[in-house]
Design a protein around this ligand. Sequence first.
Ligand code: NPG
Length: 369
Amino acid sequence: MNIEQIELRHIRISLVSPFETSFGVTTDRESIIARVIADGVTGWGECVADAAPGYSYETVTTAWHVLCDYLIPALLGAPLNHPRDTPARFGFVRGHNMAKATLEAALWDIAAQQAGQSLARYIGGVRERVPVGVSIGIQPSSDRLAEVVSQYRQAGYGRIKIKIKPGRDLADARAARRAVGDTPLMVDANSAYTLADAPLFQEMDELGLLMIEQPLGYDDIYQHHKLQRQLRTPICLDESIHSADDARFALEIGACRIINIKQGRVGGLTNAIAVHDLCRQAGAPVWCGGMLETGIGRALNVALASLPGFTLPGDLSASNRYYQRDLIDPPFALNPDSTLSVPDGPGLGVTVLQDRLDAVTLRRETFRR
Ligand code: NPG
């Protein structure tokens, strides 16, 4: 692949409703959209780093810096054989997985187009529709949460995830369970607890949750195994898994039974596929996490989630759950069986709407070979 041009845009786009987690409230999603041209073919990638370092140390500003000053020069400096060679090319930069994943995403889009295939098929996807759920932020009260949960249930989401934080946990989880009946329900703590909270999670065992996501430290694996030993409910790790090695360690010591795969968190699609393959061999189910992506990032996630090991519903909701005007056509719509259809056109299989992208762009920079 001869990479000719890379354009970065810093965008800001309003969410349809504020999204509260244990690490903060998001009303507008900021991110970086990369447009890469190689061999005359255009590919798109979305950086999942947030404006603030709440979920991860990476931010839009750190990603912009690392992309402009290190990753883009490294990519423009010499041709690349295949997108799967990107992690090695970027190996001289420590960490900054979300920045790295941005460019790799666009390269996969290009490579799949060159092969005349959808990205899903190109990476070995086996599903035409992927099972999905909705992730619901912390609401003003448990009663309000129950209402919101019911609305999403009625909209057709067959798996509900609620965010929890200290003081807003057990009562919220019980209210959500009452509201959904026996619909699969899970909680996500985003690292807000310590091992001293084990009794709280033991009480949650009574609610028959699908899983408890990242209850303890964002960089912890070890303490999670002590918690998992005390619970019937499977723990799922998100924040603390940055590579296939992390996943192997976590599964081997019994720190979790399920892994959330986010391509941005693990440094790109190549590493995400490696985590998937490892978990599949280990017999651990995985699902595709979401980070409030626009349709550009969602299209990549949906392709990833079409791999055979993604047996649990992902945080991949319809476009209208996030944005009034998504940046792509067609927007993602929820099927009646709580799935999203995997685009079957070449590459990502969606069209980026240039006027909408322009309308949300705060700054732009172009790099040429
Ligand atoms: O559906 O995209 C979605 C949101 C899913 O809850 C979700 N994402 O902790 O995984 C998370 C959370 C998140 C959102 C994390 C934005 C970081 C940024």
